[in-house]
Design a protein around this ligand. Structure first.
Ligand code: SAT
Ligand code: MN
Length: 599
């Protein structure tokens, strides 16, 4: 054992931040671990954790020839996705959490959680995981500490965040200036009992308590819990934005790079768009794509009035199924080594496998049983890979830029089988905020519950906004100030289907054709047609060379159906009214203006 380990009684290693030391001691008194381990984030520590999990049987080594440094973790079969119905925002005043969140009074939530945490780490190690969300030297970055009893969580946090000694130094330095600047996240896998599982957020205290799940967004507290739910609250108070967005750099043949931030719900292709490989004709002309982030974006206005963005994460926790040579060759290349797989299937020769991966066939399903198609897919539909962002061939060096990248365009999008065209542009910022607020999407396997049900998912933040959506929309509107040079806002829909139920747009690499039009609009070069719902391209405004669209596809992807949109705007109006008087008038006025234009 190294020097950073001390017994639960307390002596030995501690940090130079008193609030942190006191919190660790207090948690240890409640949870009664056998050991405490302060994580330094080193390779040796990571290797030791992996070896320990291998010994315990919770991590299985994959073929070391084809997949060096790769591991499979099988989670409990009842613990495979985020649990939105067990996720709460606990503010003193219920209205602050809003109708978009489940709410519990902080005192009650603490009492419930502390009862669960009582003695839960007996026989276990308590890991103290200091982490930094964002480049360690970035003024936009924020730190947190997760306490967990799961070595799987520690290993994933090392891939997903800047975890360990450097983060602790930043926390100590910030602690000298003011108290409790870091987010406190307490996590235990508990008994993995769905009946004893809660994810609680206390934005006013900058703290999180999560019990009973070891899975992704429930357990890696730096991700959705901190970087979205708590950070969105902090951002509202401090004048920035914490968003469920990828960040991608598009370099044109002239060598000019535009950064685009795009919000899509979980499992709707953020990772694929962030790592897009241009169609061959674009590659020949010199187009390049640079990945800054695939899931979360923190943005704030810079001195020049533009919005600057960082990716607070350092890794990807991507959906495996559907990741293939055609859909996302960059992701596939990234995960050939030093990757943790969760709930994928295995081939006979111990390679990871999922639906959408060509070539080999599965032998063992995600639960470790011999594969039988009668039992459903071989890989769980929400199976994942965790990998360091640096392993991505399209990784952008600007992801390390402390000042962030300037954002040229913001894109909203969901899964909409009908009505919504391929792309349209907002007239101005207020209209763009309405487009984001009105976003709808069909649900996916990323969260427990029914799949394919259309729901409103404003700005893809329905499961992640740590406060009242009405206040969140007001906050978005507030960026439209004198001197601001805001990005243009767009809406896209890659998922429009034809009468035969098949997708009308090829998607993936061909989405660059849409991004090119978006950049063209930003530069004032590309054409568009004005409609009540915004500016739409006609088919000839996009470069469609090399793809064959049927007449039905062209009509639906570039068309606009007034009667359908009238009904949509009635439904949007009802949705906004659901937030009562808190909903900003400017947004309601915008909805009415467009509805009137459609009538
Ligand atoms: O499980 S996660 O929340 O980390 C992934 C997602 O749903 O976006
Ligand atoms: Mn996500």
């Amino acid at each position: 054992m190294n020097a950073a380990v001390l017994d639960a009684a307390g002596s030995g290693f501690a940090s130079r931040n008193r609030a942190l030391n006191e919190w660790v001691a207090e948690v240890a008194r409640l949870t009664l671990p056998d050991r405490i381990h302060w994580c330094d984030g080193s390779q040796a520590e990571y290797d030791a954790l992996l070896a320990q999990m291998q010994q315990e049987g919770t991590l299985l080594p994959l073929d070391t020839e084809t997949h060096p440094g790769c591991w499979l973790h099988r989670s409990d079969p009842h613990d495979v996705a985020r649990v939105e119905h067990l996720t709460f925002v606990c503010t003193e005043n219920q209205a602050a959490a809003g109708p978009n969140n489940h709410w519990m009074a902080p005192a009650e939530a603490h009492a419930r959680m502390d009862a669960l945490f009582k003695g839960c780490m007996r026989g276990r190690t308590l890991y103290v995981v200091p982490y930094c969300m964002g480049p360690i030297d970035s003024p936009l970055a924020r730190c947190g500490v997760e306490i967990t009893d799961s070595p799987y969580v520690v290993a994933n946090m090392r891939l997903m965040t800047r975890m360990g000694a450097a983060a602790l130094v930043r926390i100590e330095e910030e602690g000298r200036k003011s108290d409790a600047t870091f987010v406190k996240g307490l996590h235990s896998i508990g008994e993995l009992d769905p009946e004893r599982r809660f994810i609680m957020h206390f934005p006013e205290e900058l703290s999180i308590k999560s019990y009973g799940s070891g899975y992704g967004g429930n357990a890696l507290l730096g991700k959705k819990c901190h970087a979205l739910r708590i950070a969105s609250w902090q951002a509202q108070q401090e004048g920035w934005l914490a968003e469920h967005m990828l960040i991608v750099g598009i370099e044109n043949p002239e060598g000019e790079t535009h950064y685009i931030a795009a919000a899509f719900p979980s499992a709707c292709g953020k990772t694929n768009l962030a790592m897009l490989i241009p169609p061959e004709s674009y590659r020949e002309k010199g187009w390049k794509v640079w990945t800054v982030g695939d899931d979360i974006c923190w943005m704030r206005p810079g001195a020049d009035g533009r919005l600057y963005a960082i990716n607070p994460e350092a890794g990807y926790f991507g959906v495996a199924p559907g990741t293939g040579a055609n859909s996302n060759a960059n992701a596939l290349a990234s995960i050939q080594r030093d990757t943790i797989y969760t709930n994928v299937a295995l081939t006979r020769d111990n390679q990871p496998w999922w639906e959408g991966l060509d070539g080999r066939v599965p032998a063992t399903d995600w639960q470790g049983k011999p594969y039988d198609p009668a039992n459903g897919p071989a890989a769980h539909p929400n199976s994942r890979f965790t990998v360091s962002a640096r392993q991505c061939p399209s990784y952008s060096q600007r992801a390390e830029d402390a000042q962030g990248v300037p954002i040229s365009a913001i894109v909203f999008g969901g899964r909409r089988a009908s009505l919504v065209p391929l792309v349209f542009e907002a007239r101005d910022w207020t209209h763009g905020v309405l487009i984001g607020a009105a976003m709808g999407s069909e649900t996916t396997a990323a969260a427990a519950g029914a799949v394919g049900v259309m729901r409103r998912d404003p700005m893809a933040m329905k499961p992640f906004c740590g406060y009242n959506f009405a206040d969140y929309f007001s906050h978005w509107l507030s960026f439209d100030q004198a001197g601001a040079k805001l990005p243009k806002i767009f809406h896209v829909n890659w998922f429009r289907k034809g009468d035969d139920g098949k997708f009308l747009w090829p998607g993936f690499g061909d989405n660059l054709r849409v991004l090119e039009w978006i950049i063209g609009r930003v530069k004032g070069e590309a054409g568009a047609v004005e409609t009540p719902i915004g500016h739409l391209p006609a088919a000839n405004h996009l470069d469609l060379d090399g793809i064959a669209l049927s007449d039905e596809a062209s009509a639906k992807l570039f068309g606009f159906d007034p009667a359908g949109w009238q009904a949509e705007f009635d439904s949007i109006g009802e949705y906004l009214d659901g937030y009562g008087r808190r909903m900003p008038q400017a947004l309601k006025d915008e909805q009415r203006r467009i509805a009137a234009g459609l009538a």
